[in-house]
Design a protein around this ligand. Structure first.
Ligand code: NCD
Length: 302
């Protein structure tokens, strides 16, 4: 039985196969409408979500399967003090596959040790978010036609942003990727990404604090929200939250074929005027998330 806890749990070939399958699902929707008939997906969300949970549920429904679960930890027995391990063991009796999100880093890994069915990490604290990574890889591949030879700028909260950590790890396996990390000093990527990904693999990267200076170089701009819920103090959040606001003026310096990604939800970091720019890919990205989760569920249940 295979779980998906960390984006590196999937090999490059496996990722290719999942992305190919997702493309085929888009091209031939009908063909997959009963692929998971009789199967159940449980979504256990101990932390808020819109896209991830609903796209998982829509994905399972489009495959002809069923869904159960909770979207708020307060409506589960965790408020009575039940451990994640016990909850997972029980839900394993009711569902064929489980997607879970938890504010504690490592919770899905602990859950996997108790689970009797495959576990998918739908986000654990500031750590990993592998299915967002699949969504991002799918979007980059569809927009650019490749996952290699790209300059990718990550902008915003690189410290707490789990989507950033997961995508950096995943992208580090492709040829000739140049990473530009755009953040205020307080929100730079954690040391473990630096040592375990960049240093270990000899990948060069640049850390900058200005978006304007690097804009002309970028093929991909990955914007992120400052992760309010992971801050220890409100004053720091308020000071840092609007450090970067992407607008049409800033995009004047960008390549004509730049792809702008954002895992969403956005707060202020992308002005709504950018939504009409053909380079804005974040809504398509959210749409892709459903198809890649369909491909993932099918693959994990096969
Ligand atoms: C992200 C997350 O939950 O980490 N959202 C998502 O799943 N699309 C990003 C965020 O919350 O900022």
């Amino acid at each position: 039985m295979k779980h998906l806890i960390d984006p590196m749990d999937l090999g490059v070939e496996e990722i290719n196969d999942i992305l190919d399958l997702a493309d085929d699902i888009i091209a031939h929707r009908e063909k997959y409408s009963t692929a998971c008939k009789g199967k159940k997906l449980a979504t256990l969300f101990f932390e808020p979500s819109t896209r991830t949970r609903l796209s998982f549920e829509a994905a399972m429904m489009e495959l002809g399967g069923n869904v159960l679960g909770f979207s708020d930890a307060n409506s589960s027995s965790s408020t009575k003090g039940e451990s994640v391990g016990d909850t997972i063991r029980i839900v394993s009796y009711y569902a064929d596959i489980i997607a879970m999100r938890h504010p504690k880093e490592g919770a899905p890994m602990l859950a996997a040790a108790k689970a009797l069915v495959p576990i998918i990490n739908a986000g654990d604290g500031g750590h990993n978010h592998p299915t967002q990574t699949l969504t991002d890889l799918m979007t980059i591949r569809r927009e650019k036609g490749r996952l290699s030879d790209l300059t990718i700028g990550f902008c915003g909260d690189l410290k707490f942003g789990r989507t950033v950590h997961s995508l950096i790890k995943a992208m580090s396996r492709y040829e000739n990727i140049r990473f530009i990390l755009i953040s205020p000093e307080e929100l730079q990527i954690p040391d473990y990404i630096r040592t375990e990904v960049f240093d270990k693999k000899g990948i060069s990267y640049r850390q900058v604090s200005s978006m304007d200076d690097v804009m002309p170089e970028l093929d991909i701009l990955y914007m992120t929200r400052v992760q309010k819920e992971r801050f220890f103090n409100e004053a720091d959040y308020i000071r840092l939250k609007d450090t970067y606001i992407l607008d049409c003026k800033k995009l004047k310096k960008a390549k004509p074929d730049l792809s702008i990604l954002h895992p969403l939800p956005r707060v202020n970091e992308i002005s709504t005027e950018v939504d009409d720019d053909p380079r804005a890919c974040y809504f398509t990205q959210a749409h892709n998330g459903k198809f890649v989760r369909m491909a993932l569920i099918m693959t994990m249940l096969a």
